[in-house]
Write a protein that binds this ligand. Structure first.
Ligand SMILES: [Zn+2]
Length: 329
């Protein structure tokens, strides 16, 4: 799939695009959607059914293999696992939720019951594209309830020093849902940066198709640890000996776009779509979920707001209305 890149212009159109793309009322699926595959980490075969749900109910996972045990997708149920984001309640696990939750937030889908007959969400092609294609095929159903956004009121930051450099993630007041993500890896990934605003409605074209990626060098260790039992060439970009082993890429900066996809999915665990600006550098699931935990603990850092208002717009520089790609630096 070729990059359609931006196709939107910036600041002066920002608010109009925002309002047109986001009606600010909740949304569910038009009809149930079925998926089948294996979990990337567990290798477990799984059938998943996404079921339309009532306004105000949010995203709730349901383990049909465990008497329909339910786990709401929110920060209270985050389990820290290094290679994926998982939910746990009373010892029951739902693993690798991030790509599905990213698709829900990216498409403003608020209320869904996610039925699974095993512990891990299927990896499919390693991106959020299969979900987005299904949403576009069957349509979404607007609901009457006004959407509550998690509006950021003051900065919350997490910093961690590592041997590869300082990892950072911060969230700030702002309009829309702006993301500024930087990654630094060795060749062929290199350094790249992605800037965008989710409220432009560009998620389906610019973020959803970006696939997860992994390094051949890490494969024996990860296999020994039982962390990639479901990995195949069809569900991730594989990098080995400084080259991409199973090209072509869907975007020349597909790696940073996937980090943005993961970020959106992980921050979904705040329980509401964000209104604010996120800056991340060398971050990953652990940093993303650490930010969610810190945010949930600091009740003065956010409130729940129905629509954008003038007050919050004055706090920021003009919104960049489109996802704009910054060339490899
Ligand atoms: Zn991912």
């Amino acid at each position: 799939m070729a990059s359609s890149n931006t196709g939107f212009s910036t600041a002066q159109k920002g608010i109009c695009i925002t309002l047109a793309a986001q009606p600010h009322t909740e949304c569910t699926l038009q009809e149930p959607l079925d998926f089948e595959g294996v979990g990337l980490h567990s290798g477990a075969p799984v059938r998943m059914r996404l079921i339309p749900a009532a306004a105000g109910s949010g995203i709730v996972f349901r383990r049909t293999d465990l008497d329909n045990f339910e786990i709401p997708a929110n920060g209270r149920n985050v389990a820290r696992v290094s290679y994926a984001t998982s939910l746990m309640r009373q010892g029951v696990l739902i693993s690798t939720t991030e790509h599905l939750l990213s698709a829900f937030i990216g498409h403003s889908v608020d209320n869904v019951i996610v039925e699974l007959d095993n512990l891990e969400v299927p990896i499919l092609d390693g991106s959020a594209l299969p979900y987005v294609e299904a949403f576009l095929r069957t349509g979404l159903k607007p609901q009457r309830r006004r959407r509550e956004y998690l509006r950021i009121l003051k900065p919350v930051e997490v910093t961690e020093n590592s041997k590869d450099g300082t990892k950072f993630i911060g969230i700030y007041p702002g309009t829309g849902y702006q993301i500024d993500y930087r990654i630094h890896f060795s060749a062929p990934i290199g350094t790249s940066r992605f800037l965008g605003d989710l409220d432009t409605g560009a998620y389906a074209d610019l973020i959803a198709p970006a696939r997860t990626f992994g390094f051949r060098e890490d494969e024996p260790m990860l296999r020994n640890m039982g962390l990639i039992r479901g990995a195949t060439d069809a569900c991730a970009i594989l990098i080995g000996a400084g080259k991409i082993q199973n090209g072509p890429l869907r975007f020349d900066d597909e790696f940073v776009r996937h980090k943005v996809l993961d970020l959106i999915g992980d921050l979904a665990l705040a329980g509401r779509r964000i209104q604010g600006r996120v800056v991340a550098e060398r971050a990953g699931h652990a940093m993303h979920t650490a930010l969610v935990s810190r945010l949930m603990k600091d009740r003065s850092a956010w409130d729940l707001a129905h629509v954008y208002d003038d007050e919050s717009q004055e706090q920021t520089e003009p919104a960049h209305a489109a996802f704009t790609r910054t060339a490899h630096a």
